[in-house]
Design a protein around this ligand. Structure first.
Ligand code: PHE
Length: 445
């Protein structure tokens, strides 16, 4: 993508890039942490439901807007609202852009943990035990070193261009991640205590399904995992040739992403119970200890228990996760970068470095005020900003664009009854459903 209006050369190029954006720390770190914190099976059940009913349509709407507009998210939303409220569209685009920066500010910290853990296993293999121990223990200094390293890594790739490098890489490496997950699941399920975790994860406690905190967490997690509501998918949609039938593509991205999250839960939740069984404290009051950092203590313990091969597995696992994080980071970074290049006439390298600098400052702020800000920014982004942006997408596609229902108009022109039905689903059901969830949470939460 040396030139911003470069486009994906094939549908598969788009699917790989979008799946690369979707599959990341949200699946392997966010989902299992949230599921463990929110009652396991009940969370999984609501998550699947929300993905199907709301996140999937929102992903469709976001990609559709980008694909039709063929420009960066700020201009795309302005264009979509051009007949009635272009400035509102532009403003929404900028809010999304801030969302992308918020995402990067905490995401790069967690990605830094992955790098540190990968390196910890390498140093242990080399016999540098003290260094290895330091690398696997969370500390402010470690964050201050590894977050910038990760940001730099991402910037180098984005600024060089995405096509040749990262897309081909992720196509080859993501199947490896899946194979590794399956291998680890088989291993963990044979350990003492695993079955308790498995039961918690797979047998929903339906009395919790209507818990509003659980519903809003599941919705936020689903939107985050599919990368919707910050413009990352919109910008990828805009790099795809206009008017491609995107329904099937969206379906396969969502299915792949949800499957990986499900598999990660199958590994992590039993692993938490195995750790608890061997005396480690994992839960206090049904909540995981330590704002999601716990699985980074649990996983290394798990790898250690495998003996000599454990170190190799650890290196592989954390390296693959770092790469998964990188492909997600790229799509978020592309939002402000494409805006600066297209609307502000900046060169791509300059825009990339500027955005990276802003992300670096924001992430350092988070590190300096970790307890107060880290969880807060995540919650703000995933449970408020992303769902609200999705609501806006539904309203744009269903009501504002051409001052009518964009999809139904198109369906009428092309005589496609299924598309019309889908258009009406996005127009009526999705916004109402999303609003109901919000109102419910505002009054009960
Ligand atoms: N979907 C990514 C993940 O699951 C995170 C992400 C969110 C990426 C928003 C881009 C935009 O890790």
């Amino acid at each position: 993508m040396t030139n911003v209006r470069d486009s994906f050369h094939s549908r598969i190029g788009f699917v790989l890039a979008a799946a690369g954006s979707a599959i990341g720390l949200g699946n392997i770190w966010g989902f299992p942490t949230q599921a463990a914190n929110n009652g396991g099976g009940a969370f999984l059940f609501v998550y699947l439901l929300v993905t199907l009913l709301l996140a999937l349509p929102a992903l469709y709407a976001e990609i559709y807007i980008g694909n039709q507009a063929q420009r960066n998210p700020v201009s795309a939303l302005e264009y979509a609202c051009k007949d009635s409220c272009p400035s509102v569209g532009r403003m929404a685009g900028k809010i999304g852009l801030v969302g992308a920066l918020m995402m990067l500010s905490f995401y790069t910290i967690v990605a830094g943990w992955m790098l540190a853990h990968a390196l910890s296993a390498v140093t242990e293999l080399l016999g540098l035990i003290d260094l290895s121990h330091w690398l696997s223990t969370s500390s402010t200094l470690r964050n201050v070193i590894f977050t910038p390293i990760f940001i730099l890594l991402g910037a180098t790739i984005i600024h060089q261009g995405v096509h040749a490098g990262i897309e081909k890489w992720s196509a080859r490496l993501m199947p490896l991640l899946l194979i590794m997950l399956i291998g680890l699941i088989i291993y963990i399920l044979q350990q003492d205590g695993a079955s308790e975790g498995l039961a918690l994860y797979l047998i929903p406690d339906f009395s919790q399904v209507l818990n509003s905190k659980l519903i809003i967490s599941a919705m936020g997690q689903a939107f985050f995992s599919l990368s919707i509501g910050v413009g990352g998918m919109m910008v990828y949609g805009s790099y795809m040739q206009k008017d491609k039938d995107i329904g099937k593509l969206v379906l396969s991205i969502a299915a792949l992403d949800t499957f990986i999250a499900f598999m990660a839960g199958l590994l992590i939740i039993p692993a938490l119970f195995v750790a608890q069984h061997s005396g480690q404290q994992v839960f206090v009051d049904h909540h995981l200890i330590g704002e999601g950092q716990l699985i980074f203590q649990i996983l290394p313990t798990l790898f250690e228990s495998m003996g000599a091969i454990g170190l190799i597995v650890a290196i592989g696992f954390f390296s693959l996760l770092s790469i998964a994080a990188l492909t997600s980071t790229i799509s978020s970074t592309e939002v402000p970068v494409s805006y600066l290049v297209e609307d502000k006439g900046m060169s791509r390298p300059k825009a990339t470095w500027l955005v990276s600098l802003v992300v670096l400052i924001a992430s350092m702020l988070l590190i300096a005020n970790f307890d107060a800000l880290f969880g807060l920014v995540i919650r703000l982004l995933t449970t408020i900003m992303q769902p609200l942006m999705c609501l806006f997408y539904f309203i744009v596609v269903g009501w504002i664009w051409n001052r009518g229902n964009k999809l139904s108009d198109k369906a009428l022109q092309e005589n496609k009854p299924k598309l019309k039905l889908w258009g009406n689903y996005l127009r009526f059901v999705c916004p109402i459903l999303l609003t109901v969830v919000f109102v419910n949470v505002a009054f009960t939460g």
